[in-house]
Design a protein around this ligand. Structure first.
Ligand SMILES: Cc1cc2nc3c(=O)[nH]c(=O)nc-3n(C[C@H](O)[C@H](O)[C@H](O)COP(=O)(O)OP(=O)(O)OC[C@H]3O[C@@H](n4cnc5c(N)ncnc54)[C@H](O)[C@@H]3O)c2cc1C
Length: 378
């Protein structure tokens, strides 16, 4: 066996694995194993690339807030262009979503009611009679996901980290205090700490290691790019409904990205869009907005993977020394990535930053009742 020793072994080179590797590489040697021939091929390369503070459960909101400073001011040399561009979020509510809108305004920070007349002035041609109320969150952003992901990988490599592409961890075992993961070509990566950042495959990686699953559920989400005809939409806000049943945002200068905000249970795989979801997205959007769709220019789908309570699972497994879960990023893995990586590195070093301490119980992976395996194979 061709065995290589590291301080931390990360499985999965999406945004979760990349941020974990970048942050852990500051204090130890890191290996990052990725099954595909490019990093970011799965969920990370398929997101809507948005940062919204008022999105997701409490752990997500805290991680997003704690990530904000990194996005606004990344370390010198991290990226050649800004990682964020301001993009307000407008939410509209038809009559049957009035209660959802009221709850959003009550819960959210920095959300303001918006007169319906103001929407057309911002660009989106809202149909008369569709909505009864609207809200705006001004402090929201587009994220340059490719730059963020590349920046983390570059940071890890610059600190001596190794990115092994085409290296699916097919066998994982624990022996004399070290985690071992073997790729198909026989290469074995070995470290006292294994970070499970395998996205939709998080429970499968745990099973390979002989551990009980957390109950991760990957859910398909569909997206499409349309041409909005004569509209110059580059400065439009993101707009969607209060029930989260569709949303739309500008893509590049003259295109729009649209999603039916679908959540269809799927096994982990290279997921593709279904025509019915494309049609649903267009139908729901056109009930709200007067935008012609003559052509769907591009379509894709990705997996958003949730734990049973929809909060993230980040932390050491209580039954398997050195096995660190980093899964369940759902629809928020990009906007939470900087703080999630810092949290993982703090856990590995045994010194979590004070600011992040309140997040620990919210993301503790040991909060789930787990059946099945649960002991570490020697
Ligand atoms: C349509 C859509 C819109 C979204 N919009 C947003 C948004 O606006 N903002 C936001 O923050 N988030 C958004 N998300 C969610 C975000 O994309 C995910 O939360 C995030 O990308 C998850 O990252 P990850 O690294 O956990 O998973 P992935 O990117 O899937 O990475 C996991 C990696 O692990 C690898 N792997 C699996 N098993 C093994 C193994 N045995 N050995 C080696 N490698 C392995 C896989 O090949 C994969 O590359 C969206 C998602 C979708 C689909």
């Amino acid at each position: 066996m061709d065995t290589h020793d590291f301080d931390v072994l990360v499985i999965g080179a999406g945004i979760a694995g990349a941020t974990a590797a970048a942050h852990c590489a500051a204090t130890g040697r890191v290996a990052l194993m990725e099954a595909e021939e490019t990093a970011g091929y799965h969920s990370t390369g398929r997101s809507a690339a948005i940062w919204i503070q008022n999105y997701g459960p409490p752990d997500v909101r805290r991680l997003s807030a704690a990530s904000r400073a990194f996005f606004a001011e990344p370390p010198a040399g991290f990226a050649s262009a800004p990682l964020l561009a301001q993009r307000p979020v407008v939410t509209v509510a038809p009559a049957d979503q009035a209660a959802a809108m009221a709850a959003m305004l009550e819960d959210g920070e920095g959300l303001e009611p918006l007169p319906l007349a103001a929407i057309a002035a911002m660009g989106p041609p809202l149909r008369e009679g569709y909505a009864v109320s609207a809200a705006i969150e001004r402090d929201a952003f587009d994220i340059d996901v490719a730059a963020l992901h590349a920046g983390f990988l570059k940071t890890a490599r610059a600190a001596g980290g190794v990115l092994a592409l085409r290296s699916r961890a097919g066998r994982i075992w624990h022996d004399r205090g070290l985690w071992h993961a073997a790729a198909k070509d026989g290469t074995v990566f070995r470290a006292p700490v294994l970070v499970n950042a395998a996205g939709a495959w998080g429970d499968e990686v745990a099973a390979l290691a002989g551990l009980a699953p957390i109950g991760l559920q990957p859910k398909r989400r569909t997206a499409l790019i349309i041409d909005p005809g004569q509209h110059d939409c580059s400065r439009w806000p993101l707009i969607g409904d209060a029930a989260h049943s569709w949303y739309l945002r500008p893509e590049a200068r003259r295109k729009l990205m649209l999603s039916p905000a679908d959540e269809t249970d799927m096994p982990p795989h290279d997921v593709q869009p279904d025509e019915i979801d494309i049609a649903i997205a267009i139908d729901r959007m056109q009930q709200a907005l007067d935008i012609p769709v003559t052509r769907v220019e591009h379509r894709w789908a990705g997996l958003r993977s949730f734990t049973p309570d929809r909060s993230l699972a980040i932390g050491f497994d209580a039954q398997a020394p050195g096995f660190l879960w980093m899964i369940g990023q759902g629809g928020y893995g990009i906007q939470t990535a900087p703080a999630a990586g810092r949290l993982v590195a703090g856990m590995v070093a045994g010194a979590v930053a004070e600011e992040l301490l309140p997040i620990l119980p919210l993301v503790n992976p040991n909060r789930f009742a787990r059946n099945g395996a649960g002991t570490v194979a020697a």
